[in-house]
Design a protein around this ligand. Structure first.
Ligand SMILES: Nc1ncnc2c1ncn2[C@@H]1O[C@H](COP(=O)(O)OP(=O)(O)OP(=O)(O)O)[C@@H](O)[C@H]1O
Length: 242
């Protein structure tokens, strides 16, 4: 479904050029739960940004269902991104002044006209409540982020990413700021969303135990894929695995 071919990406800072991706190839199948591991600086986050059309490669191509997405014009790219991808980051990025419910509603609110929003907000609210119940936060709708635990904040961020029913969830170190128990809960939640709702998930992680519960573990080094192995996930082990 999502295919990256021969990606090169460098960052220029002043006189320096940092070569990050160096001929990277990766295919992600529909419905897969894949993790990307590798040393710090190997280019994991850069790859995730490129796959999610947040940034473009210098050369190489990225295709979704056979259609190039790396060279779209910005308006087309934004529309495709909003429809196709949900993003979860290590530090949640929730807006502190908004309630959990309003944070989750943000993707629907942004980019709509006032009239569009007034016309559709009741439906979006129902959807937001449904997804918040799904992630176990149905009892925290009115809480502000500072009134939530780290694990709850990440659940809210997952709910926000899934509000618009994206096909692909791109998660950059979603457990990186959580203790073992809460990190395990988040990965179990992602596993369930993948299994029950068919969401394709690409997750960057430093934690090899967490990576092992995904279907496939891709290891990066110096901007290339150097290992691509099945994870050790078995459905019946889900509760004991993390
Ligand atoms: N916007 C940028 N400008 C300049 N250099 C950058 C930029 N973004 C990333 N880099 C550099 O590119 C390299 C790869 O960064 P990237 O974040 O993709 O690595 P990573 O594998 O995700 O690392 P980590 O595991 O530490 O998060 C790093 O050396 C980083 O300093």
């Amino acid at each position: 479904m999502l295919v990256a071919e021969n990606l090169f990406k460098s960052y220029r800072r002043h006189a320096d050029t940092v070569k990050v991706l160096q001929g990277l190839n990766l295919s992600v199948a529909d419905g897969e739960f894949l993790s990307i591991v590798g040393a710090s600086g190997s280019g994991k986050s850069t790859l995730l940004h490129l796959l999610g059309t947040l940034d473009a490669p210098d050369t190489g191509t990225i295709s979704l269902d056979g259609r190039r997405v790396d060279n779209l014009r910005s308006r087309e790219r934004d529309a495709l991104r909003n429809k196709t991808f949900g993003f979860v980051f290590q530090f949640y990025h929730l807006l502190p002044e908004l309630t959990t419910l309003d944070n989750v509603l943000m993707p629907a609110f942004i980019g709509q006209s006032v009239f569009g929003w007034l016309r559709t907000r009741a439906q979006w609210r129902l959807r937001a409540e449904e997804i918040l119940n799904r992630v176990g936060l149905g009892h925290r709708l009115r809480h502000k982020p500072r009134e939530l635990s780290g694990g709850e904040m990440q659940r809210a961020a997952v709910a926000r990413a899934l509000l618009t029913r994206p096909r692909v969830l791109l998660a950059d170190e979603p457990t990186g700021n959580l203790d073992v128990e809460n990190g395990g809960d988040i990965v179990r939640l992602l596993r369930e969303l993948n299994r029950d709702d068919g969401v394709t998930i690409v997750m960057v992680t430093h934690n090899l135990e967490i990576a092992a519960v995904t279907d496939r573990v891709v290891k990066m080094s110096h901007g290339q894929v150097v290992e691509d192995t099945p994870g050790s996930f078995r459905p019946r082990l889900l509760s004991a695995a993390v």
